[in-house]
Design a protein around this ligand. Sequence first.
Ligand SMILES: [Zn+2]
Ligand SMILES: [Zn+2]
Length: 170
Amino acid sequence: MKIPILHLEEGIHHYDFTIEGGSLHFYREEVYPHEMQVHVELNKFERNIKCTIHVETTAHYICDRCLVEYERPFAEDFEVLFHIGTRDLITDEEDVIILPPETVDIDLTERLQEFLILNVPMKMLCTDTCKGICAGCGADLNHEECRCTEQPIDPRWLKLKELLDKSPER
Ligand SMILES: [Zn+2]
Ligand SMILES: [Zn+2]
């Protein structure tokens, strides 16, 4: 995702990128296995460059409760600010990336990777009402009954069990 900036005119410029699924290679890439559409709106003003980046793809999650894999549309925006020159000129407290004056192009790939990692949800749920998996019997409670509380043992069998338990070990 390189954008040439050396002789870029001031004002707004648009760039589109298509990133093939699985081509980014970064930590948590398994969450974003599908093709990604990226649109960059670049605004150059004097020695400042503001990039507004719009990302669209389908994210792939695993439910924390029932371990089912599910997908959701992902469409988010983020901004990256650059300044050509030295840090001394910056009065802004915002996160600004300083570029040496001879910079030929900017590569937004790393910024995108960071953004995607930050957007992996802390909690993944296939549905808000997901009942999860029973820790006792392993039943997927969305689709089956818990088997932990099986039918109570027939009292007659219980009697026999007691007798067996009391009998001396063989
Ligand atoms: Zn679930
Ligand atoms: Zn159970």
